[in-house]
Ligand binder design. Structure first.
Ligand code: HEM
Length: 133
């Protein structure tokens, strides 16, 4: 619900979509505030003081995925259309998937951890093959 409204704003001014990682987004908390809503990235720094629901709730969500809390409040169509002005890019594809499967902060280390285990298994398999030949 509401996602469709901003689906036409995939581009930044120069026509290229900018993709951000969760790690990068996390560094934009408090007064320099970025939010993820429906996989899109918003810099809401200039909106903090104007937010009708108060600055505090936005600061609490800053640097993270605020989709659930944004939807829980049941924001109006006007509120959804306001998002366009703060759009700066998109969340990286692989991290969208990670966020949808594991919607918490531990996704940031889960993917490298899985990659490390896979590489470890492949290495052992490779060494066993070498020994037996
Ligand atoms: C950039 C993102 C956001 C925008 C543009 C925005 C905009 C607005 C607007 C225009 C309103 C007035 C009511 C309406 O028109 O729906 C509102 C109310 C509110 N917003 Fe947000 N909002 C944003 C993010 C959030 C987030 C992440 C939360 C998280 C909790 C939140 C919590 C609230 C609350 C509690 C109200 C008051 C509702 C009420 O008094 O009935 N907002 N917001």
């Amino acid at each position: 619900m509401g996602e469709e409204i901003n689906d036409n704003i995939n581009n930044t001014n120069d026509g290229h979509v900018k993709y951000y990682t969760l790690e990068e987004i996390k560094t934009h908390k408090s007064t320099d505030a970025w939010l993820i809503i429906h996989d899109k990235e918003y810099n809401i720094t200039s909106f903090l003081e104007e937010h009708p629901g108060g600055e505090e709730v936005l600061v609490e969500q800053a640097g993270a995925d605020a989709t659930e809390s944004f939807e829980d409040v049941g924001h109006s169509t006007d509120a959804r259309e306001m998002l366009i002005q703060y759009y700066i890019g998109e969340l990286q594809m692989v991290q969208r998937f990670a966020l949808s499967v594991f919607p918490s902060s531990w996704t940031t280390w889960l993917i490298p951890a899985i990659a490390a285990v896979v590489v470890g298994i492949m290495y052992r398999y490779y060494m066993l093959e070498r020994k037996s030949s």
